[in-house]
Design a protein around this ligand. Structure first.
Ligand SMILES: [Mg+2]
Length: 254
């Protein structure tokens, strides 16, 4: 079971630091982890996610899958974006100077990326925030890329790695590539689409990584939300809310 964190296990919140896992959801994940291998895949830093979930024995893929590992099996350790730390510091400094003065803007430096949250920024200033991000990317076209999310721009090292490649790599590392296993991925955001496609076998595996295999993608989306309406997805099924996710995980755990 691959589980995204924000928007899948916790509701989307205005401030990233408020996305706390409920006791009910924690219990559902804990019980599921007794029955199946559970990996949490998140855009957040791996140690942060691991600490917030607070369940031993889970595999955690942080930084959109750039940083994989658990505290027991070091073989899973893979830091796909090492060597970009200085550049990300420079990017963070610039964003703090140019974007953070905008009311409501939150610059969140992470280990392998920098996130610019604009959910609380007045609509007439959205264009300014985007322009600063675009200029930064234009200054480092070979080294940086931007992944849009839900009212957030995620600036990342330009390496060929995403949640889909992370899932393929993890399937291989955990030995669950064969048809004996059912691989399921739950996620809500644009970055999760890479994982849905990877499970469908639509992407080439990384060298030495998992062969493309079959799996089940489940998108968490509320189509009555204007931000979500009309989105297209590579997932096979849909759950409408984190409440439905919790029911689904509890049912599977039973
Ligand atoms: Mg998410």
């Amino acid at each position: 079971m691959f589980l995204d964190y924000d928007g899948t296990l916790t509701p989307i919140v205005d401030r990233p630091e408020d996305a706390v896992l409920s006791e009910g959801m924690r219990d559902a994940v804990r019980r599921l982890a007794e029955r199946a291998t559970v990996c949490v895949v998140s855009g957040r830093d791996r140690p942060v996610v691991a600490q917030w979930i607070g369940i031993d024995g889970l595999v955690v893929a942080g930084s959109h899958g750039f940083d994989l590992g658990d505290h027991h099996d070091r073989a899973l350790r893979r830091e796909a974006a090492a060597g970009f730390e200085d550049l990300l510091c420079t990017v963070t400094d610039r964003l703090r100077t140019e974007v953070e003065p905008v009311q409501g803007a939150v610059v969140e430096p992470k280990r392998f990326s920098v996130a610019v949250h604009y959910r609380l920024v007045a609509p007439h200033e959205h264009q300014y925030v985007k322009a600063v991000v675009d200029t930064l990317l234009a200054d480092h076209p070979e080294l940086l890329k931007m992944t849009p999310g839900k009212m957030v721009y995620e600036i990342q090292p330009k390496v060929d790695w995403d949640k889909g490649k992370a899932v393929q790599y993890l399937c291989h590392a955990l030995g669950v590539e064969s048809d004996e296993f059912v691989r399921v991925y739950l996620g809500d955001d644009i970055t999760d689409e890479d994982a849905f496609r990877a499970l469908k076998g639509a992407l080439q595996g990384p060298p030495g990584g998992a062969r493309p295999g079959s799996g089940i993608g489940i998108v968490v989306a509320d189509l009555s939300d204007p931000e979500q309406a009309g989105r297209s997805t590579a997932a096979d099924f849909m759950l409408e809310s984190t409440g439905e996710v919790q029911r689904f995980l509890n049912t599977l755990a039973r």
